[in-house]
Each structure stands twice: as C-alpha cells, then as structure tokens.
Design a protein around this ligand. Structure first.
Ligand code: ZN
Length: 317
C-alpha cells in the first residue's frame, strides 16, 4: 500500500548530512523550510493551515513531550507500538515510510536506537527535521536513558518547540506557551524528587532490570545496582551476578527489589524469592503498555508514580 506514496532511495544521502544540517538551530534548513511555506501560501495556504505538523517519535517520553508541545497543531505518533520493549526494536519498511512521510522525527540517540543510523541514508524527504534528543546533553557513562533527568527533559522540550516553530512559525506563541507549561511541570516534578528523596534510609536502587537510572541517580544522589551487564536488557544476567546482588541486599538491609516495565520480571522474582524483598515496578518509561495507553498515562504521571515507589522502597521520611 505504501509503494506508490513514497520514494525510498537507499544510500542517497549520508546520515551526517541530516544530523549536521538539521540539528543545528539557524542552519540553512530553516530558510529551506520557510521557502517551502512561501510556496504553499501562494495556492494551498488553507490546506497548509488545516494540515497538522506530522511528528514521528520512537520512545514514549519523546512522544509525550511532542504531543504536549504540538497541541492541536500537531499529529504526533509513537512509532514503537504499545507494549514493545524498544531496545530490541527493528523498524519495518512501513515504519521507514512513516518516518519519511513525517515533518519531524524525534529519537534519543544512537545508543538507544542504533537502527536509526542505518535508516537515515534511505530517507528521501529533504524537509524532514530530525531531533536526536540526547545530542548536546551531558553524558552519564554511556547510559542512553537521558529522559530520566527533568533538566534534560526541559532541553528536549525546547528542541522540540524549536522544530515545531521552524515548521509552523505561524503558531510560534502557542508552541512556546505549551513548552513553558510542560517545563514548569518538570520543575515541579524535580522539586518533588529533591524533597522526597532527601532523607532516606537507603540511597541504593536495587534493580532487577537493566541499568537505566544513571541520570536519575546522579541528579538525586542515589546509587543503582543491577545484575545486568549494561544499559540494555539484551543478555540475561549471570547467576553469579544475581547471587552477588542478593548478598549485597542482605548487607544493605534492603526490603525492595524494583523491576522494569514491559519485560517478564523473572530476575527480580528470583531475587525477591531469595531475600523476601517486595517486588515493585520502577518504570524507566521507555514505552507504555496498551492498558496504560487506554488509561491515559503520561510521562509525568509515570515519574510521579516512580517517586512514590522510590520513597517507599528506599524508606524515605
Ligand atoms: Zn533501557
């Protein structure tokens, strides 16, 4: 069904071209985008006004931020379906067409979505704006989960607002207003985390999932321990690593093992069985389930829920 509607020419343009040109504020693209608008305004301005800015996003937090900033001017989609764990995601040809047909494409970065680098040379839409959300943010030892720091999120929201304004300058004030509102909510969230996690019996997040909380831990003075080897759930942890974590929990006197979303929490279950600890979901918000989607969960509501669970699990006063 897509064959006639889009032209994918693999290898036509290097990814570096897009990243170099499209991510730079004030780069020639802006003029290019404005030129496109002028062309539209001559004959099809009504259609241009009626057609929303089409945005494709990879992860739920990026989707939620784009949706909040874009408001009624935008049609924002989440490429990775509900319930799918994104570290192991591979796009289908239809997904590539969806990205190519959009106005703005937002992903995290090459560690989180390594498939994007392979896909970009095949994109033929010269007006596509691409936002690599992690670009320009301070690194936390290679952890790709940059959205788990509200300060990073404010910067990502700003980048998203700029992309919308570039594509649709007519609604600049609306984009700015909504971005400011979202950033204000992030500031409130940040303050709640600082206050809520100030005085806790333990400062160690014992996680039965892959390492995802380097940013959150750094921001609020916490540690994270996990039997996994890295920042993705791609390999099961070694039994010895699990045994070491169980021993560590006994030393720490920890009563909670947190587990990750969207994956059978069998590692956390084993740890809980060994230690008698409670199993509590601590979502890194990569994606949401179909039920959460139906319930209208937002990135901010996930983070508020996480704070309650952290306060209980770390025994904060
Ligand atoms: Zn992850």
């Amino acid at each position: 069904m897509f064959q006639g509607s889009a032209v994918i020419r693999p290898g036509l343009r290097a990814a570096a071209f897009f990243l170099g040109v499209l991510l730079m504020p004030g780069a020639p693209l802006w003029a290019q985008g404005l030129a496109g608008q002028d062309a539209l305004s001559s004959g099809t301005s009504l259609e241009a006004r009626l057609s929303p800015v089409r945005v494709e996003t990879t992860l739920f937090p990026l989707y939620d931020m784009a949706r909040a900033v874009g408001g009624e001017q935008a049609d924002v989609a989440l490429l990775i379906p509900p319930g799918i764990e994104p570290h192991s995601f591979e796009p289908s040809p239809a997904d590539i067409v969806r990205i190519n047909d959009s106005d703005i494409f937002i992903y995290t970065g090459e560690t989180m979505e390594p498939w994007v680098g392979k896909l970009l040379p095949g994109i033929s839409n010269q007006n596509l704006q691409i936002i690599a959300a992690s670009q320009g943010l301070a690194q936390q030892g290679g952890d790709p989960h940059v959205w788990l720091d509200p300060d990073n999120d404010c910067k990502i929201v700003d980048a998203i607002a700029l992309a919308f304004i570039d594509r649709d300058p007519e609604h600049q004030a609306a984009y700015r207003e909504r971005a400011d509102k979202y950033k204000a909510a992030l500031t409130v969230l940040d303050a709640a985390y600082r206050t809520g996690l100030k005085d806790c019996r333990s400062r160690t997040i014992v996680y039965g999932g892959h390492f995802a909380f380097a940013y959150l831990a750094a921001r609020y003075g916490l540690d994270q321990v996990s039997p996994y080897g890295g920042f993705a759930p791609d390999a099961e942890p070694a039994p010895r690593a699990v045994a070491e974590l169980v021993a560590r929990m006994r030393t720490l006197g920890t009563h909670t093992v947190f587990y990750e979303e969207l994956i059978d929490p069998k590692v956390a279950r084993v740890i809980a069985e060994e230690t008698g600890a409670a199993q509590v979901l601590l979502s890194a918000a990569h994606n949401i389930s179909a039920d959460e989607k139906a319930a209208g969960v937002t990135f901010l509501s996930i983070m508020e829920d996480n704070l309650k669970k952290l306060k209980a699990g770390l025994e904060c006063r």
